[in-house]
Design a protein around this ligand. Structure first.
Ligand code: HEM
Ligand code: HEM
Ligand SMILES: Nc1nc2c(c(=O)[nH]1)N[C@H]1C(S)=C(S)[C@@H](COP(=O)(O)O)O[C@H]1N2
Ligand SMILES: [Mo]
Length: 341
């Protein structure tokens, strides 16, 4: 007996590929810092995401039919609503400008809704399983996939042109999708924490920076010691995954000045709050322990007495309120891709 014909199976499978692809590239976009990589990833992410909208007319037919059959539709409908919120917020951020609604920006809404959508998507897909078939690897499917990719890429290009012709702020966003805020003016630079951390109070007089070198030798530096050593000046872009970036002139002590360049392992940079990031040993010369920004001492929110400046890396690498730097035997990549604190 022939398998019952279920129109829409291929549409659903294509949606599955687009959903997984957008989710993964979204996180990759958060992880990468270099301009050329960032551009490639955000463009791919945008095209995959818009591909979901391209399939909307076909999916609408499936949804209508599905809603007419018995059983509960709550999961499917909840998933559709949450995904729609994510898509609207993502497109608004990438296509128009940086929005704040009640103190929450559109990009944060986009990501939060995408994360909430995951269990709903999983439940929907498990309940409404669609099996791939061998015949899916046909010339016809290949052509349709190419057609979908072309239309989604066209949608991305059209949106980018409209954005730029209309002169929306989005036309001036960085490759990462971030918007410029307060460059050269540290007082208008946002204070941001990664999910759960808070601004601690650090007593400058009692403060010591613990440094442990590769050979086990250790140093304890006071704020005064750091000020006396700090003559390195560097202009660098802080690009937060919250969707903004700022370029400032930072001053302080290069990490290789206190640590040398370890030959192996990683450099663990820890905050008073426990927030810790591991850097590749060879990155030492590029990392700055900044006490000043724009010629003035750091304010508490920005990491006083000392914060890390990690040019070319996204904001979550820029550890604030650093109280310990140590060479660690474990490689830098043996850490979660994003801080867990
Ligand atoms: C853009 C993402 C998607 C949205 C917004 C969405 C939404 C919905 C909604 C609202 C329904 C009707 C309510 C219901 O029966 O649950 C539905 C039906 C259905 N969906 Fe999805 N869905 C999406 C992706 C997928 C994927 C990835 C699969 C499987 C791989 C899938 C398989 C199905 C099936 C088989 C039906 C039932 C069709 C029928 O009963 O005739 N959907 N979908
Ligand atoms: C299923 C999940 C997701 C979908 C369908 C999706 C889809 C989209 C879409 C359609 C856009 C707008 C693209 C444009 O109009 O040019 C967008 C932008 C964006 N998304 Fe997502 N996204 C998802 C998850 C994520 C996640 C998990 C992250 C980060 C962890 C993320 C980060 C971003 C960023 C940074 C932008 C702005 C890119 C730019 O300005 O060019 N997305 N997303
Ligand atoms: N200790 C600690 N350092 C941290 C964070 C944090 O939550 N805790 N957040 C990081 C993130 S996500 C960013 S974008 C920058 C923000 O720096 P700013 O508040 O000076 O703008 O600090 C980074 N350093
Ligand atoms: Mo950030």
């Amino acid at each position: 007996m022939a398998a019952p014909r279920r129109p829409g199976r291929r549409t659903n499978l294509a949606l599955l590929v687009l959903l997984v692809g957008s989710f993964v590239t979204g996180w990759v976009a958060f992880g990468v810092g270099g301009p050329s990589w960032s551009r490639a990833v955000t463009v791919a992410h945008g095209i995959l995401g818009l591909g979901i909208l391209v399939l909307a007319p076909w999916k609408t037919v499936i949804v209508r039919r599905g809603l007419r059959t018995g059983g509960t539709h709550a999961i499917g409908v909840a998933f559709a609503v949450v995904l729609a919120v994510s898509l609207v917020a993502g497109i608004a951020h990438a296509g128009i400008g940086r929005f704040e609604v009640a103190g929450v920006n559109a990009l944060a809404v986009h990501v939060a809704a995408a994360v909430i959508a995951v269990p709903l998507a999983a439940a929907h897909v498990i309940r409404r399983r669609q099996r791939p078939r061998r015949t899916d690897l046909s010339r016809r499917t290949l052509l349709r996939t190419a057609g979908l990719a072309a239309v989604a890429a066209l949608a991305y290009a059209v949106q980018a042109s409209v954005t730029s012709l209309a002169g929306f702020p989005a036309a001036r966003r960085r490759e990462t999708g971030s918007y410029e805020v307060g460059s050269g003016d540290p007082t208008s630079m946002p204070v941001t924490q990664w999910f759960t951390d808070g601004v601690p109070g650090v007593d400058l007089a009692a403060y010591r920076l613990e440094v442990t070198r590769a050979d086990g030798s250790a140093l304890r530096l006071s704020y005064g010691d750091l000020l006396a050593m700090g003559d390195a000046v560097q202009s660098a872009v802080l690009d937060c995954t919250g969707g903004w970036w700022t370029e400032q002139s930072w001053r302080g002590v290069r990490i290789d000045t206190v640590l040398g360049v370890p030959r192996q392992g990683s450099i663990a940079v820890r905050s008073v709050t426990g927030y810790t990031m591991h850097f590749p040993a060879e990155a030492a010369p590029g990392l700055l322990l900044a006490t000043h920004v724009g010629g003035k001492p750091l304010l508490p929110g920005h990491g006083s007495p000392v914060r890390l400046v990690a040019p070319g890396r996204r904001g979550f690498w820029w550890v604030k309120w650093v109280d310990q730097i140590r060479v660690d035997a474990r490689p830098w990549w043996l850490q979660p891709p994003f801080p867990l604190q």
